[in-house]
Design a protein around this ligand. Structure first.
Ligand code: OSB
Ligand code: MG
Length: 366
């Protein structure tokens, strides 16, 4: 098969409420959909997960769109291929720019799955030599807010039966809010994501252990390898790396150096589904617990992650809470609805969601 056209569809989704992390306050989610068309008229879709500003990753929507349009497109258009990995080899002449590559690579996988007339989840399970769930337990990441709002969000998350609850925090002082949460919810399994905002003090390890967390994600900035290893040695709570993980070798290094025990992988940050499959192979060999992170995706991004997270290799529910939680109107149909803390993997071919005709030219101009 070959790709004959690559089209970018920039869009903006308004958030119902701002999503606050240690990096930024997100009021709207700028996204770009990569639409690929093959010579038989099949389409594949991928989502560009860069943010508008370079606080979480160095790429932004504007820089990554430029790379896709002016560099990546030419590398794959009219190139004959049998498997998506062959096109990834072409993309890989470009240094870094993983979010840009990921957007293209996920669209290639969607297209490939449609060509195989299979759900993307099945195609990935075959590639990873594993099996998959039909319904996937998912987790929720609760943004930073005051104590009262945190309690309310937590109660709601418990009511919806989310399988893993993560609280975002900002700075050592904010651990006090988690202490209050722990007092009010003594038995609820909780994770905390500091997005690199903590400072390593003498009492930090004990303070964290007292919270009885399932894991602590990204306490320090991504370069603070030694501090992370030190903290992990001082405490029982497993440390999880998200932001330092942009390659498989980062993950292996971190595990080997005992900087963390758990890896949260983001397929977009790794550069797409092709490198995500490599991460799964590494996991099979070295057995570190793995789960699927999120980046406040829209419908296409969530669908891509849901397919990936359905594989049996993931030890914890991923950050793939339903998009309706963020957006009153997503740009895909059907929307994913949570049933008892689980999302159902679509049985349709590919990612199993459709782009609303208002924003895609697929049903009009072709
Ligand atoms: O650190 O995991 C993170 C969202 C945007 C950027 C970074 C992170 C997050 C989340 C996941 O916490 C939120 C979600 O997509 O549900
Ligand atoms: Mg994180």
């Amino acid at each position: 098969m070959k790709i004959v056209k690559l089209h970018l569809i920039p869009t903006v989704l308004k958030l119902k409420q701002p999503f606050v992390s240690g990096h930024e306050i997100l009021n709207q989610r700028e996204l770009t959909i990569v639409e690929l068309k093959d010579e038989t008229g099949l389409y594949g879709f991928g989502e560009l997960e860069a943010f508008s500003r370079p606080f979480y990753t160095s790429e932004t929507q504007v820089t990554a769109r430029w790379i896709i349009e002016h560099v990546l497109a030419d590398l794959i258009i009219d190139v004959e291929f049998d498997k998506p990995q062959e096109l990834y080899d072409k993309l890989n002449v470009v240094k870094d720019n993983r979010l840009a590559k990921a957007a293209v690579d996920s669209a290639v996988w969607d297209l490939y799955a449609k060509q195989q007339q299979s759900p993307l989840a099945d195609v990935l399970a075959v590639e990873a030599h594993t099996s998959r769930q039909a319904r996937v337990q998912v987790g929720i990441s609760i943004g930073i807010s005051d104590k009262k709002t945190t309690f309310a969000s937590l109660n709601q998350a418990l009511h919806r039966k989310y399988g893993r609850i993560k609280l975002k925090i900002q700075g050592n002082d904010d651990l006090k809010r988690v202490v209050r949460v722990r007092q009010k919810f003594p038995d609820t399994p909780l994770c905390v994501d500091a997005n690199g905002s903590l400072i390593h003090t003498m009492s930090l390890a004990q303070e964290i252990d007292d919270l009885k967390l399932t894991m602590l994600e990204d306490p320090f900035s991504i370069a603070a390898h030694d501090q992370a290893a030190q903290l992990q040695e001082q405490m029982q709570t497993p440390l999880c790396y998200d932001e330092p993980i942009s390659t498989v070798s980062n993950a292996l290094q971190a595990i080997k150096n005992k900087e963390c025990q758990i890896i949260s992988m983001k397929s977009s940050v790794l550069g797409g589904l092709t490198p995500s499959l490599a991460m799964i192979s590494a996991h099979k060999k070295y057995h570190f617990p793995l789960w699927c992170g999120g980046m406040v995706e829209g419908g296409v991004g969530r669908a891509t992650n849901l397919a990936l997270a359905s594989l049996d290799e993931f030890a914890f529910p991923g950050d793939i809470s339903e998009t309706a939680r963020f957006y009153s109107a997503d740009y895909t149909t059907p929307e994913f609805y949570l049933r008892s803390g689980t999302l159902t993997v679509p049985q349709q071919e590919g990612i199993g969601v459709n782009i609303c005709p208002e924003i895609s030219g697929v049903n009009s101009s072709g």
